[in-house]
Design a protein around this ligand. Structure first.
Ligand SMILES: [Zn+2]
Ligand SMILES: [Zn+2]
Length: 274
């Protein structure tokens, strides 16, 4: 990393230390950790749920952001979109603090209970952000045995009325997205991204566009395409992805549709298209 990036990075770290959630709608907010978003569903003074849990050692900042919004009232549960380290890193510490259950799709269970490892990241797809942050990456998958429970198979989310989850495999086998019909709000995890994940500059200068899943860790591109089409068919009004700033409005809708229609050209790295 050169000096200019390093200075920016330090500034960014400082900003993140302030740990304040940003409101998206009346009862949905997010907090952008250094690498990925955590999402809070529930208005202040209501029951609420945390979606995803950032990287390791981020529990204090996540907790601070949550307390800004909910005081010391714990969530009723933590839901994980998938088991990658940048979404599950602080889950155990937070669950311990709050004494709440963690839920994940059944097909992710083996990965978060030490039975299976995700395939190693694919360095041939480019990795600005990845190489930048590689020192933060864990060597072993997060182990949540005893904390984590499989979600019901019917698409319902425990303790969360009005929402359901959609299976969006590809990035990982049991990846899920969350959707609420009432206001068409979509929490997409890594099924799509609203920053170019392979660019280190995206971390410093976030420009909102709809992109495919983070390529470095995506396991099955065919499934990933089907999942993006599924999400586009929902015609969401708001999108909060695991990486990048939330989006709403016409540009997002058009870009999501375009991504679904041209997934092979837009999302799949050139040498992986066959
Ligand atoms: Zn991921
Ligand atoms: Zn991610």
């Amino acid at each position: 990393m050169d000096q200019e990036h390093l200075d920016k990075w330090k500034q960014l770290e400082h900003d993140f230390d302030h740990a304040v959630p940003e409101k998206v709608t009346r009862d949905v907010a997010y907090y952008r950790t250094i690498l990925s978003n955590v999402i809070m569903i529930g208005a202040p003074n209501e029951d609420w749920i945390l979606v995803d849990a950032g990287i390791k050692r981020y529990q204090d900042r996540i907790l601070h952001a949550c307390e800004e919004r909910y005081g010391t009232k714990p969530p009723v549960a933590i839901i994980l979109t998938h088991g990658h380290f940048d979404h599950t890193g602080s889950a155990k510490k937070l669950a311990d603090h709050w004494q709440v259950p963690i839920y994940i799709h059944e097909k992710e269970m083996d990965y978060v209970t030490g039975k299976k490892a995700y395939p190693p990241g694919d360095p041939t797809v480019g990795g600005g952000m990845i190489s930048l942050l590689s020192s933060l990456f864990p060597t072993k998958p997060e182990h949540l045995e005893g904390y984590v429970t499989a979600l019901p198979m019917d698409g319902s989310i425990p303790e969360l009325k009005g929402w359901h989850y959609i299976e969006t495999p590809g990035h990982t086998p049991g990846h899920i997205s969350l959707f609420r019909d009432e206001d068409r709000i979509l929490i997409a995890g890594d099924a799509i991204s609203t920053e170019k994940p392979e660019s280190s500059l995206a971390v410093f200068f976030p420009i909102q566009h709809v992109y495919g899943p983070p390529a470095y860790f995506t396991q099955d591109w065919m499934e990933a395409e089907t999942s993006v089409k599924k999400l586009a068919n929902l015609e969401p009004d708001y999108v909060i992805a695991g990486h990048g700033l939330p989006m709403q409005g016409e540009t997002m809708k058009q870009e999501l549709k375009k991504l679904a229609d041209n997934f092979i050209n837009q999302a799949i790295p050139k040498h992986k298209r066959h």
